[in-house]
Structures are given as structure tokens and as C-alpha cells.
Design a protein around this ligand. Structure first.
Ligand SMILES: C[S@@+](CC[C@H](N)C(=O)[O-])C[C@H]1O[C@@H](n2cnc3c(N)ncnc32)[C@H](O)[C@@H]1O
Length: 221
């Protein structure tokens, strides 16, 4: 990891430590009003189970509400987050589940340990220079045939591979879906499907929301 990526991670951790309670209050029930998110999470859970396994990490899990949703779908789900305050809230809300403080770019997980990785809005604070290392780590920890579901905001159009945007916690980035799919492919993760949600007029940010489902080759390549 180069220094400015380490600086970005430090700023992200400190920002979410300070904002953890507010974030949890705003988002702990968010899936209730998001049928498309529930649909793609359900498809991810089925894809993971169809491989015969169910061990899934929610990387950048925040307060753990989506980790708990995955556990409710029958997966052996646990969460990892850089922010100790987020992990404390996740453990308090879901004492039956495992939550660890850690970095997505360098986890303690063994090669091929997971059947699935969820990265939901957790790469948005990763500078574009740091993203390939994180995608390589997702590939490393997935078993052959394992699935990744990654959510992020889209840029204003395909001619803009990445754009930064104002975010109250830390500098944040969006990606063109095709560009992120290409980066996934370069990391050995082939796109399976994508869901692109158009912004509602009432949404605070008028960005498309993208959920990309990708898979590591069954032969582990
Ligand atoms: C926008 S929140 C998303 C939380 C949750 N996934 C959700 O869907 O609500 C981003 C989370 O990712 C975590 N995060 C960002 N970069 C990370 C990294 N490199 N390693 C571990 N966690 C990270 C932050 O601490 C924060 O809790």
C-alpha cells in the first residue's frame, strides 16, 4: 500500500469512528425500503449456496445490519471493518455474529477461505490507485467459484472512469460500471450480472447506484 492509500484509510477510519452512531441510526433499517437491494442480496446468497458453501465476509460492514441480513438468508456471515466504533456497534446490535476490526486491503483471512464477499459501499473511500490491491485481496480470499457482490455509485457517464464526490465522512469516489467491471476482470473476477438503480427524485445524491455480482473462476484462475 502506498502512503496516500494509508492516509486515506486512516481518514476513513477516523471519520467513521466519529460518525458511527449517526450512521447506524440512519441506515440500520435501510433494507426495509430497498426491495432492489434485498433482491440482489438474495441472488448473491443463492449464488453462494449453489456452490455448496455459505461462508461469507461483509467487508466494510459498518454497523452490521447487512451482515445480519445475510445471516438471516442462511449464510455463515461475519463482518470486518476498519472502524473500531462501527465494530463495537455491530457487536452490540448482533451479539450472535462475529465482527472483527480489520482492513479490506490486508485481511487475516486465508487464501480461498470464503464462498462469498460482500463489499457494500465500502470501497467508496478507496482512492482509485488503491482499488486494484483491494480487488486482488477479494480474489485471494475467495474459494474457486466464489462470488463477490460490490456496490458503489456510478460516474456521470462512461467517458468518466472515476470521479470524486463530496461526502460528509471522508473523500469518496465513484466509478463507471464498465470501468469497475474491467478492473474486476483484471483481478480474476468475471462479471455475472449488474443491477443499476436510477436515483429517486428525493435521493440526496442524484447518482446511479450499481451492484455488480462477479465470480472467481471455478478452476481458481
Ligand atoms: C458507507 S459505509 C458502508 C457500511 C455498510 N457496508 C453498509 O452497507 O451500510 C463504509 C464502511 O466501510 C468501511 N471501510 C472503508 N474502507 C475500508 C477499508 N479499506 N477496510 C475496512 N473497512 C473499510 C468504513 O469504516 C465504513 O464502516
Amino acid at each position: 500500500m502506498v502512503d496516500h492509500d494509508a492516509d486515506a484509510l486512516r481518514a476513513t477510519r477516523e471519520g467513521y469512528d466519529a460518525a458511527a452512531s449517526t450512521y447506524a441510526d440512519l441506515f440500520r433499517d435501510t433494507l426495509r425500503d430497498r426491495p432492489l437491494d434485498r433482491a440482489i442480496l438474495g441472488a448473491f446468497a443463492e449464488a453462494v449456496r449453489s456452490g455448496g458453501g455459505g461462508r461469507v465476509a461483509d467487508l466494510g460492514c459498518g454497523p452490521g445490519h447487512v451482515t445480519a441480513h445475510l445471516a438471516g438468508l442462511g449464510l455463515d456471515a461475519f463482518g470486518v471493518d476498519a472502524s473500531p466504533a462501527m465494530i463495537a456497534l455491530a457487536r452490540e446490535a448482533h451479539p450472535e455474529l462475529r465482527f472483527d476490526v480489520g482492513s479490506m486491503a490486508a485481511s487475516d483471512l486465508a487464501d480461498g477461505e470464503l464462498d462469498g464477499v460482500l463489499s457494500r459501499w465500502s470501497v467508496i473511500h478507496t482512492p482509485p490507485s488503491g482499488l486494484p490491491a483491494i480487488l486482488a485481496e477479494f480474489h485471494r480470499v475467495l474459494a474457486p467459484g466464489g462470488h463477490l457482490l460490490i456496490a458503489f455509485s456510478a460516474t456521470d457517464g462512461p467517458s468518466r472512469p472515476t470521479q470524486s464526490f463530496d461526502h460528509s465522512v471522508a473523500t469518496a469516489y465513484r466509478w463507471s460500471p464498465d470501468h469497475l467491471a474491467a478492473l474486476l476482470r483484471e483481478s480474476g473476477l468475471a462479471e455475472v450480472a449488474r443491477l443499476v438503480r436510477e436515483p429517486e427524485p428525493t435521493d440526496r445524491r442524484q447518482f446511479q447506484e450499481v451492484h455488480l455480482l462477479a465470480r472467481k473462476a471455478p478452476d481458481g484462475a
